[in-house]
Design a protein around this ligand. Structure first.
Ligand code: NI
Length: 264
């Protein structure tokens, strides 16, 4: 399976379960734009069989290289970004939750879930869009996890899958600023994430980002059906640093963007 195929599979999985992304993608294409992705983001836990290094290896097998690490002390996360030798390919951003920083209860719940994932070595590409490997989920447990970590609660519901795709605003022809794109989306009634302001980052930081609020998907819990924030769509505009387009991430901005999947 080649890399193009994996990225296409990831998009299919993500856009099928997130109509908001499909609509925005279509809307921009209808307006004559060709969409290039800046990055695709994944979430996991720091279990060595499935942590960011393990998932990253799947991308390394198709020509990606680890570039930089990031820490989010408040959310007890670390992350790493990977770049492909072909710069037209989206960057990959993988974050992981540090279980030991949480209550025994949270650790036990998430570890038991992730223990259900069959881990072959090397991991197959399809693990990146395999979703939840565990059976029944409880709404009570979801709420309990969310009190400690919204990120943990999200993983409990959705397992391993792309958390968001990010459109590269640098590659758009008409919406050349993030403001213009945000206005366009809000005119079409898409709700954007206001945590930390509509636009996270600044030209002086060489990266500006905004995102939709996560699409809510109806999930069946033991207690009944509830609408839960799932995936969001992100938009990034990059600026030059020392003559070349900055390719990294700004922890402070990413920290706020994580909140796109928070319960409102
Ligand atoms: Ni992102």
């Amino acid at each position: 399976m080649n890399d193009i195929h994996l990225l296409e599979q990831l998009w299919q999985f993500y856009s099928q379960s997130n109509p908001q992304a499909r609509q925005i993608h279509q809307l921009l294409e209808d307006n004559g734009e060709t969409i290039i992705n800046d990055h695709i983001a994944f979430r996991t836990i720091n279990d060595e069989r499935l942590n960011l290094h393990a998932l990253g290896k799947v991308f390394q097998s198709i020509g990606y290289h680890p570039i930089e690490t990031y820490t989010f002390p408040q959310k007890k996360l670390t992350a790493m970004h990977f770049e492909h030798e072909n710069s037209k390919q989206p960057k990959i951003f993988i974050s992981q939750l540090h279980l030991e920083a949480f209550s025994k209860r949270l650790q036990n719940i998430l570890q038991a879930c992730f223990n259900q994932i069959k881990t072959d070595n090397p991991l197959p590409q399809r693990i990146l869009y395999s979703g939840r490997h565990w059976g029944d989920i409880s709404y009570k447990t979801y709420c309990e996890l969310a009190e400690e970590s919204e990120y943990a609660a999200w993983l409990y519901c959705f397992g391993l899958c792309p958390n968001h795709f990010t459109i590269s605003v640098n590659h758009l022809k008409q919406y050349t600023s993030l403001e213009a794109l945000n206005d366009f989306l809000m005119d079409h009634d898409f709700e954007l994430n206001l945590a930390g302001g509509l636009i996270k980052g600044s030209p002086s930081q060489c990266l500006e980002q905004s995102s939709t609020l996560a699409y809510k998907v109806k999930l069946n819990f033991i207690e009944g059906t509830y609408a839960i924030p799932y995936c969001y769509y992100e938009f990034a505009k990059r600026y030059k640093k020392d003559g070349t387009l900055f390719q990294g991430f700004i922890s402070q901005s990413a920290d706020k963007i994580f909140q796109s999947t928070d319960r409102q």
